[in-house]
Design a binder for this molecule. Sequence first.
Ligand code: NAP
Length: 296
Amino acid sequence: MNANKQNFGRVALIGIGLIGSSLARIIKRDGLADHIVVSARTEDSLNKALELGIADSVTLETAEAVKDADIVVICTPMGAYKSIIEAAAPALKKGAIVTDVGSVKGSALNDLGPHIPEGVHLIPAHPVAGTEHSGPEAGFAELFEDRWCILTPPPGADEGAIKTITDLWQATGANIEIMDAGHHDLVMAMTSHIPHLIAYTIVGTATDLENSLRDEVIKFSAGGFRDFTRIAASDPSMWRDVFLNNREAVLEMLQRFNEDLTAMQRAIRWGEADTLYELFERTREIRRGVIDAKQA
Ligand code: NAP
């Protein structure tokens, strides 16, 4: 909760899905803004936002939404960034801060940076929290509590703007880390993007099995497959955009993963029990570390 009741003025949320609506719920709950204006692609989502009481006003027009806003938070799939910022740029007021929540930060800087007008600040951010659900009803105010939010301000970014976005995310209960965008993308390729790719691939492989075998896989999914199906149920547009926007880092990590997978294949083929045991013992330690870091 926001004990000091900081006020961020007029906040425009472009996109009101899982992440945008979670942020809106917190801003509403804690009275963090004078006004929340929401924009999305469809009337349905805007009506839902009004119904849920997480928007003070709504519009389909990006320019209308960002007009007079102190903070603009882009909460859409990253493939929409260019068209959104092109529409928003002429309407942004001097001193406004543009930020986003996208899962890849190098491309966020590349797509948004060139369109940011003089006197407007760009502070990209990535809350490292989520679920496999989408849409305005999927959000909840506790989503970011004790999770990380990584800010990737471009070199020379305004310190006051960095502080404002830091304060905003701290008010959600998130812990803040500031990082170079390229480094962020490399870390996320390993911790988030490759695991999703593996889950999508395994579930895809199962889908291609002949009918009887596929039915058995689903029936006995508690053996491990079930956990992959949860991840592989994540939003297709968002994840298509993640892989297209973080291509180099994902391919680099995938290369390493492939080498390790080949080593495992070899260990199994040659009955190298120690190799298998040592890896599984090491990975168990990682799990303990995740639990200790309260990220489980
Ligand atoms: P989501 O639930 O699918 O919601 C996306 C929102 O963006 C919807 O309100 C959609 O409007 C709107 N939108 C799409 N294209 C638009 C456009 N051209 N103009 C205006 N609005 C548009 O997505 P999400 O899970 O919140 O993800 C949003 C962002 O957060 C992504 O960039 C993702 O990388 C990042 N992120 C996601 C997670 C996660 O676990 N989901 C975690 C961290 C960061 P309509 O509903 O009207 O179509």
